[in-house]
Design a protein around this ligand. Sequence first.
Ligand SMILES: [Zn+2]
Length: 236
Amino acid sequence: MSQTGLKHRASQGTPEAELKQQLVDCIRMLEQADIIDYNGHASIRLDDNRILINIGSCQRSRLTVDDICTIDLEANQLEGKGNAPLERHLHCGIYRVRPEVKAIVHAHPKWSTYLTMVGESYLPVYAQGSLVYPVPLLDSPNSINNRVMADRLAATLGDRPAALMKSHGAVTVGKDIVEAFVLANYMEENASRQYMALQIGKPYPFNEEEVRLCREKLWNENLFKRTWDHFHAKLG
Ligand SMILES: [Zn+2]
């Protein structure tokens, strides 16, 4: 394996074994960054009807490719040594209506969820956090463990790269696993800074022009890879 596990960026044409390893690395990095715990999952679209996703019962901190299973877009299990998570429907619902989406991260991270618990809107308070702004909110804490909730979440997300779910969690999507991972990090880091700033005053939210400038400079494949590499280096 290459040093970063990222010889190829897009899933198209990348061998399945390599995509599995990227997914494993992504989930281990999310666990190490305290974004996922014993719940939480990430997925990669393999083709029109197959998705790689971690099994529900796995140890995220010690994940291996044996903990990755395959499901179809209707949430049926196709392969794997364990069962896909109950909220697999979340991934299927988004992939069904967003053909350009190749990877998804869903977690129950603390800081962004705190904001949703008290009705505090996510605001861009540091540069990278503006990439997902504005973030739509699913107005329900219910698990996305059936098709009705999955379709509702996909409709809430619309064409955006990220959404929050009230008193539940967060979802980010991307054209590859790097993008979905990096956006999950940026969103949670922004929420953490926003939360902290709220304790001592009223945080300054970037204005429209500042958000536009951030997006122009920071929505960049090389910078996304640098962020991925930063976390990947810590895996050891
Ligand atoms: Zn969830």
